[in-house]
Structures are given as structure tokens and as C-alpha cells.
Ligand binder design. Sequence first.
Ligand SMILES: [Zn+2]
Length: 425
Amino acid sequence: MVVLAGGDLVLPNRIASGASLVIEGARIVAIEPKARIDSPGATVVETPECYIVPGFVDVHVHGVDGRDTLDEDDPLTQIASRLPRYGVTAFCPTTVACAPGALTHVLTQVGKARAERPVNSARVLPAHLESNFINPEYRGAQPAECLRLPLDSADRRAGLPPSREASADHRSLGGVGYGPPIREGDFSARDILDVIAAARPDIGIVTLAPELPGGVELVRALVSAGHHVSLGHSGASVDEAMAAIDAGARHATHLFNRMAPITHRAPGVAGAVLARNEVAAELICDGYHVHPAMSRIAIASKGVGRLMAITDGTAGSGLAVGSSARLGGRRIHVTEHAAVLDDGTLAGSTLTMDRAFRTIVTAFGFSVTEAATLCSTTPARELGLTGFGVLVEGAFADVVVLDRSFRVVRTFIDGREVYRSGAAA
Ligand SMILES: [Zn+2]
């Protein structure tokens, strides 16, 4: 038995101050109003002047501390082992658009890590693919040469790869197009869909742009295969986005980033996501990717129960300003605010979840309870994880101890301490 005694327990709708969290095995077995210091046979961890929050669930993270999910060898176990120090107890390994072989390689690691969680590591959840089916004009740091059009329904019925003509047509849209593949020879949309089908249980979220030819049909196909479809890297109009939501899309990828801007006459994807309650939206909570004022508007508009704080963290997260790392095989640089490609294109964040939590409270002005909902409760619920993301009796003991400056002091997964800061030691 482990007792976290005397901290401020951040419960679903209130904070219990000076209370105790009692853990037996992998589960929370009791929440007691007083500090239970005297517990014979139990390991008592005194946590005065600390917040006890449910472990963070990051549904969009590419890497950390110099490792990227698309690195060769086995980056996933290293990423999983590093994330608990930032309070993350479960995460969706996230990929940028890539060739089928690279995707298979990541998904094989995801399958292995899900079957057997490496020791002292965050739980590996089904992957999040920032897929090949995004709009090239909104690709951001995604490699143009890896983007493909979804199959249209006729192609799918006939089992054919997408026509070359369709790609050529789309290339003329806005003059930004689908370049020739550079690795592993040519590949088609069908090849990617085959990889997705073969690794079905290991893929949670698929981000796509519904306005592409065949986009809405792809939404339907992925939803019926059990994936969460997320709208993103998209220039869809509000009507196109609404059609995708009607077809079953229930998530939105980094709200406002790599979408057409929201305006009062042309609300676009962002407007549709804010207007439709059935969609849960990701928000990069670093105060830079989305201005704090706009972050407040989004959170107030959707409510903390429909918004998921994410990092969109890269291998540059956790590294010093001026460091270099990789994103999908391309070099990125750590700047003061974010990660950028060689040409300065914004390439994701250097955010970690503990900093996201701190930013939500100190820069966005939300309560600690609301921050815990954004960082833990809502993402866990949106992924269908029962017994996670809340401190209640019977839940899994995935727990983070934060000091008053929201720095991670200790992290527990399944009731076992997997990280302890120097300060705590
Ligand atoms: Zn991303």
C-alpha cells in the first residue's frame, strides 16, 4: 500500500486540501479527508504544499529529449521512458506523413510496447497518425512528397490505387502539390491504407483533411474501422468540415494551427469545431502556437470537457535553445518558442505537459481543477480509457505530484513510482 499524505488532491470537481490518496496495487482504493501519516505497513509519501493530479495523457506528441517516433532503431521505448518526468503517464505516439515502410516500423514498436509496457515508462496508447491525407497547402512541416489523395469510392470498390490524373488535378490547386516520393520508391494511398488496416488496433487517431477528393468517404471508412478521425492540416470550409463531422469525425488536430483562420463570415474548420459539441479539440497549450487570449476563447467556448491540452512536442522538447533534433527524418532547431525547420517553418513545439499545465493556470487563467481536466480527464475520456484521467476510488493509480510552481516532483503509474525529481530525492 502507498499513501500520498497531506497534499491537495485535485478531484473531478474540487480540491481536497491536506487529504490522503491511498493506493493498493495498481488502483486508488481510498480518498481520505485527512493526512494519514500513521499507516502501519504502508509506504507513506508526505506531500505537503503539493498538488496531486491525475497523470497527464498527451494525445499528440512526436518525441522528446532528442528522440522522434520516426527515428530508426527503437525510439519509442526511449520516448516512453522519458515522458514520466514531465508528468505524462500515457501518450499517443504521433507520426508525420511518411512512407509505408517507416509507418510500419513505428506501428510495430507501438504494438510491442502496448503488449508489454517497458518498465518505468509511460503507457503507450494507439498511435496518432498525422496522415498522408492532409492538404498540401496546410502541411506545415509535413513532407509534401509523402502526401496522397484519399482513394475515391470508385477506386475503393475496384481496389485500385488512386489515379495519377487525380493527383495532377490536385497539384493545380493553389500551386502547392504532391511531390514525387523520395524514399522507398513510389507508393500509393492504397499502400498507406493497407498499412493502417494491418495495424488497426495500434492506431487510435488519424488526422486528415476532409476537403480532399474522397476525404469524407475516407472519414466514414476509418470511423467504421474503429479509428478516431481528427480534422486537421485542412483548408476545409465550414460546410465541408460539418459534412466530415456528420460522417463521424469527432476530433480536431491542434485547433487553429494549420487551418484556415476563423472569421465571422467564413468560420472554416475551426468554426465548425467550436460550433459542434460532439467534436473534442486539441489545443497546443504553450501560449505561442495559439495566443493566450485565443486559447482562453477556445477553452471557454468548448468547455474543459471538450478540449484536450496537447504538446505536439518534438524531439526538441526538453532540449536547450539552439539544439538540433529530427522530425520525420528532417532537421529541426530548438528556438525560444518552438521547433522550426531549416527554412524557419514552424515544426511543432518544444512543450512538455507539465509546462502546458502551468501555462493553462498562470497564462490562461484557469483553475488547477480545470487544468487537470484539460491535461488528463478529457483526453482519457475521448480515447475511451476507463479508469484513467481522474482521481476516484477504483481508478488506476496513474498520479502526478506537482509542487506549487507546477514542477513534477513524483510520477506514479499503476501505483508504482516511475519518476522522482532531484528535489524530492
Ligand atoms: Zn504534430
